[in-house]
Design a protein around this ligand. Structure first.
Ligand SMILES: [Cu+2]
Length: 123
């Protein structure tokens, strides 16, 4: 009985460690916070000044997501984030982005078609 209680406490502690383990990246000053869920980005329409743009990606969903930015043709990639695990955050920096219209989407299979896409306007 006592062994079982100790095991339960150990499991509880592990669960807490897992919950805070990989996250904890603070939002950088001047970054644009983008929340990722199944299956959308919030906001889905982003405006930013030309130059260096920093996205603070927060995955509050239950699956891994990423963010790929393309020219308005939808295929020429100008930036790609790391894969962000569920519950994790990632600071995604795009250097020297020029004024213009861009698109972004999640490159995980099927996600973009299910709605994980948006538009980025750089001015
Ligand atoms: Cu996704």
């Amino acid at each position: 009985m006592r062994t079982a209680a100790v095991a339960l406490v150990a499991v509880a502690l592990l669960a807490v460690a897992a919950a805070c383990g990989s996250s904890g990246v603070a939002q950088p000053a001047g970054s644009i916070k983008v929340t990722m869920t199944e299956y959308k980005f919030d906001p889905g329409t982003i405006n930013a000044p030309a130059g260096k743009v920093v996205f603070y990606l927060v995955n509050v969903g239950s699956m891994s997501h990423d963010m790929v930015i393309t020219q308005s043709d939808g295929t020429t990639i100008v930036g790609r984030s790391d894969l962000v695990s569920a519950g994790d955050e990632f600071v995604f920096t795009v250097d020297n982005i020029a004024a213009g219209s861009y698109k972004f989407y999640c490159a995980q299979p099927g996600h973009a078609d299910l709605g994980m896409r948006g538009t980025l306007t750089i001015s």
